[in-house]
Design a binder for this molecule. Structure first.
Ligand code: AMP
Length: 600
């Protein structure tokens, strides 16, 4: 408690958090609390979910509130109903000993009139989703003239959910003298833009590095054939009897199907997706929170703002398209210093995507073998044995003891154990008695078998499983175009860094090259604004099979594999008047080439 006092917290607020059992401030709290209590300064905080950020902004803001002024002084915007309710409840708990303060949450999907009546009674802190707050402002039902502090929580999520216009509207509508505190797990350009436009000289705080998940999460992957993904998932769940997890799928149809299959396989689970009504959603969430469901299958959209502590695992049944989504998914486990596991079940085609995530997070995924029948049964039986041993013998058996002893009396200890196990686990033991080994062979995993040409990491080039795509670009040797130029342009304009480039072949007037664009749609469109030596740089997919680009004979323009990022570090020449100095933007007046290319 002393540490919280040293940060400047006092009186009733300290008493409130003592009741919650908070002893020492989390890193984000150590950094944020003194800023909000001290200077009147805006703040940008890069912090993952589960780091204690609600208390980081909540505690100092509650302490600063003037209970005598019956107006909204603090406005907290958050992406979802669940998060609004959660933040509201947290703040009520922190300010339990400040009975003069009124905290209210408003969000879409419920009766607005009831919320208006609530607001009319007078509120000091309003927690709101942006859409509902805009509605309330437009109806003149909310007075935000006295707002002194605006918190944008999970800003990246709010923008992902399409609240950009609403945020602009709200930030324009609140008094200019307010302080703005922006929290975000990741810092995409849209969030940077909000910070640039609406925050004044903000202090920047990062807890954990950009796009980096919590250190308490270990990242693991299983690589199997696409047809074996479900069976792998099933075994991973069966092999972790204590699992309490969210399984992420790309679509709601997948979520529904997988939940259905798992239910049929006797796993306590349900799906959360956009087609559920609010009541159904609340009902599923209540069962999950009370741990009557062991796993919840959800899409990213449905799981937004869902705040559940103590998850042991996050399972990526499909890897998301972007690193931010992966960070959000995996950030749901390993919270508050606990260990967590983020599992990816991938097929060979998704290896490139996995590598890009590894690269961006600067973390290595650990390869895991799909458990066989024996491993699953052992895990279940030992867990069961541990549970029996840990159970306390409180209940008295006396009225039935004699009868039970007589019934079991004839059995030896071994026979009794055998019978209990086959009664409890008969189905499981039978199912796993002779299951197929789902693991790929080394050559299948790396794609290096069969005498095919392989890259440095042994990945298949000419075979069916190669994830390279062949592109043609309309500049070549006559234009002084070199592989180095190609690498530089790809690094600058591609939507993800560190793409793997396969063979490159430069002809007189054009160039062909192979690149792994797994997970990137319309790769060519990212280069629409680029020119090279005054020529529009036009990239088209050739439809050719990869692996056919011969290595150029001489002149240092090699084929083979390039690591785009590694090269980029040495070769960044865009816009710096380089010796060749030949590529740039087609459009003028943009402050950043990469952004203008992406904007199109
Ligand atoms: P948040 O990131 O705000 O969602 O917080 C994650 C979890 O950590 C919540 O369950 C908080 O109650 C808990 N928490 C926040 N700060 C502390 C602290 N200083 N000590 C212990 N638990 C905390």
């Amino acid at each position: 408690m002393e540490k919280f006092r040293e940060l400047g917290l006092e009186g009733e607020i300290l008493k409130g958090i003592a009741d919650l059992g908070f002893e020492t401030p989390s890193p984000v709290q150590e950094k944020v609390i003194p800023v909000i209590l001290g200077e009147e300064r805006d703040l940008v905080a890069l912090a993952q979910t589960g780091t204690g950020k609600t208390a980081a902004f909540g505690l100092p803001l509650l302490q600063k509130l003037d209970g005598g002024l019956n107006k909204i002084q603090v406005l907290i915007l958050s992406p979802t109903r669940e998060l609004c309710v959660q933040i509201g409840n947290d703040l009520k708990n922190y300010s339990k000993y400040r009975s003069d303060l009124k905290i209210t949450s408003v969000y879409g999907g419920t009766d607005i009139r009831r919320q208006i009546r609530e607001l009319e009674k007078g509120v000091h802190v309003l927690v709101a989703t942006p859409g509902r707050l805009c509605d309330l402002i437009n109806r003149d039902a909310v007075d935000i003239e006295a707002v002194r502090a605006v918190v944008l929580d999970e800003s990246d999520e709010m923008l992902n959910m399409g609240f950009k216009e609403d945020l602009n509207f709200i930030l324009e509508a609140t008094p200019k003298e307010r302080n703005t505190y922006l929290f975000s797990a990741t810092m995409p350009r849209e969030v940077e833009r909000i910070a640039r436009n609406y925050l004044h000289d903000p202090m920047e705080i990062a807890v954990g590095k950009k796009n980096q998940g919590a250190d308490t999460v270990s990242h693991q992957y299983y690589q199997v054939r696409a047809k074996d993904c479900y069976e792998t998932l099933h075994r991973v769940i069966d092999c972790a009897p204590d699992m309490y997890a969210i399984i992420f799928t790309r679509t709601k149809i997948d979520a529904r199907e997988i939940a259905h299959k798992l239910q049929k396989d006797s796993i306590d689970c349900d799906a959360l997706h956009g087609d559920l009504s609010q009541t159904q959603r609340d009902e599923v969430m209540a069962r999950f929170r009370s741990k009557r469901l062991k796993v919840l299958v959800a899409t990213d959209v449905a799981a937004r703002g869902l705040d559940v502590d103590n998850l042991t695992h996050v399972i990526n049944y499909n890897l998301p398209e972007d690193v931010e989504s992966y960070t959000h998914r995996s950030g749901r486990t390993g919270r508050a210093g606990r260990e967590g596991i983020s599992v990816a079940i991938i097929n060979s085609k998704e290896k490139g995507k996995l590598k890009r995530i590894e690269h961006a997070l600067k973390k290595q995924f650990e390869y895991r073998e799909v458990p066989g029948g024996e491993a699953v049964c052992r895990a279940q039986l030992l867990w069961y044995a541990d549970k029996i041993l840990a159970s306390e013998q409180k209940e008295t058996l006396s009225p039935y003891q004699q009868e039970l002893f007589e019934k079991f009396g004839e059995l030896t200890k071994e026979e009794l154990i055998q019978k209990i196990v086959s009664y409890e686990f008969g189905r499981l033991l039978k199912k796993y008695a002779a299951v197929e080994d789902l693991n790929l062979s080394e050559s299948e995993r790396y794609g290096s078998g069969g005498g095919r040409e392989s890259g440095r990491d042994g990945k298949k080039r000419g075979g069916r499983e190669s994830s390279f795509t062949v592109f043609n670009v309309n500049v070549g040797r006559d234009d002084d175009f070199t592989p180095r130029d190609l690498m530089t342009i790809i690094n600058e304009y591609a939507p993800v860094r560190g793409l793997e480039i396969g063979g490159i072949r430069i002809f007189n007037t054009n160039t062909k090259f192979e690149v792994d664009v797994t997970g990137i749609e319309r790769f060519g469109s990212y280069f629409r604004n680029v020119n090279f030596n005054g020529l529009p740089f036009t990239l088209t997919e050739t439809g050719e099979r990869p692996g056919g680009l011969r290595k150029p004979e001489k002149g240092g323009e090699r084929g083979g594999k390039w690591n785009a990022t590694a090269k980029w570090k040495n070769e960044r020449r865009f816009g710096e008047g380089n010796s060749r100095g030949r590529f740039g933007e087609k459009r003028k007046g943009m402050d950043n080439g990469r952004r203008s290319a992406k904007k199109k």
